[in-house]
Design a protein around this ligand. Structure first.
Ligand SMILES: *Cc1c(COP(=O)(O)O)cnc(C)c1O
Length: 395
């Protein structure tokens, strides 16, 4: 039923039916979203905010509706808490570059050992020294000495909700409480979470939450930064340009309040307008069903992979999403990935933008299979059969 929404799945790759298991890098896009994008270009291609003409007003209305839809999707208090960005990466850079204007040399940010580069490098660029929450052997966070990482120089705690490599689902509410106990704001990288579980800003109480539309069946080029009202109000502008200003002169310029203050220039409004279609898609499916399907696929894939001689699985947390990182013996992830690709199986190889985590695991890369609700048990069986063949070929 669902796969008619994804014509890309009818493609043949290297003579085989496409088995798409790279959902953690980007999800496929359902027809309803493709249609919404096309409809935007066909009917609403008029620049937002600036115009008094009808088309521009309609495009602006749809953009603001999208903002409200995102706010209700993540249970944010108001649409004003929602800043549109280019993606998770830009959201984190926005927070890092604005907050750090009031930081001093030697100030610190606490992160975890499983962070994506986009939750590491922006803090380094902002001049912060990083303190790192280590991992247990199963890929969960080792919080036993986490309190010791905080001191009077700590400015922020930045953590991922779900690891893009290990699949570990972090106890983010506890982490938010940890940061707040030490008097610092908490940023949560939700890139791997929003398409798979209900996230609730009011319940979570984090200060910032970031994610990307393209990993939740939405368009590329759009992301969301949620910020608490008082946090956004206290942040200086990010980029300067149109839309974000109140009055401009050559001597003094004043700025719009959030969220517009952080949205200089013409936004990717056609894609933003299409984002509600992706949210509808998720909600029509329902998180219960999404979770159930993904767990079934993940359990079968885990058992199947472990039945292949030499397979090493990285990340075995009790609370784990359908992201499986593995290697076969000491073979390079690239060799394994290339051979799987010949069989039409798309997996990701390498460091997954998490080189510090690779160092912790003692490898240079892994093969990662990540699942979405349009994947099937046939896909899992194809993966297992493929890995079994690769293991024999590589010996
Ligand atoms: C994909 C990903 C990012 C970066 O997202 P972009 O869409 O590339 O900006 C950051 N963090 C995690 C955990 C991710 O999976």
């Amino acid at each position: 039923m669902m796969n008619s929404q994804f014509p890309i799945l009818d493609r043949t790759v290297n003579g085989h039916r496409l088995v798409y298991l790279d959902n953690a890098a980007t999800s496929l896009t359902p027809e309803c979203v493709v249609e919404a994008i096309a409809d935007g270009y066909r009917r609403y291609k008029a620049n937002v905010h600036r115009g008094i003409h009808t088309l521009s007003q309609q495009a602006t209305g749809l953009l603001e509706q999208a903002r409200s839809r995102v706010a209700s999707f993540i249970n944010a208090p108001s649409a004003d808490n929602i800043v549109f960005t280019r993606g998770t990466t830009e959201g984190i850079n926005l927070v890092a570059s604005t907050l750090s204007k009031s930081w001093q040399t030697g100030d610190e940010v606490v992160v975890t050992a499983m962070e994506h580069h986009s939750n590491i490098v922006p803090w380094q660029l902002a001049g912060a020294h990083l303190r790192v929450i280590p991992l247990n052997a199963d890929g969960t966070l080792d919080l036993t000495r986490a309190d010791e990482l905080f001191n009077e120089r700590t400015r922020l705690l930045a953590v991922s909700h779900v690891s893009n490599v290990l699949g570990t689902v972090n106890a983010v509410a506890d982490l938010v409480a940890l940061g707040h106990r030490h008097g610092v704001p908490v940023l949560v990288d939700g890139a791997q979470a929003v398409a798979h579980r209900r996230v609730d800003m009011t319940a979570l109480d984090c200060d910032y939450y970031v994610f990307s539309a393209h990993k939740m069946y939405g368009p590329t080029g759009v992301g969301v930064l949620y910020g608490k009202s008082e946090r956004l109000a206290a942040m200086p502008p990010y980029q300067g340009g149109g839309e974000m200003v109140d009055k401009v002169s050559f001597d003094v310029t004043t700025y719009e309040p959030a969220p517009l203050r952080f949205e200089a220039g013409t936004p990717d409004f056609i894609d933003i307008i299409a984002l509600p279609a992706a949210i509808d898609f998720i909600e029509q499916l329902g998180f219960d069903r999404i979770g159930a399907v993904e767990q079934e696929l993940s359990t079968r894939a885990t058992e199947g992979l472990l039945s292949v001689e030499g397979v090493r699985l990285f990340g075995t947390a009790p609370d784990k999403d359908a992201v499986l990182s593995f290697l076969i013996g000491d073979h390079s992830s690239y060799d394994i990935g290339l051979l799987l690709d010949r069989m039409g199986i798309a997996v990701r190889t390498g460091h997954h933008c998490a080189q510090p985590l690779m160092a912790t695991l003692g490898v240079t890369g892994t093969v990662r299979a990540s699942f979405a609700p349009y994947n099937t048990l046939d896909d899992v069986d194809a993966l297992i059969a493929g890995v079994r063949r690769v293991a024999t070929m590589l010996g």
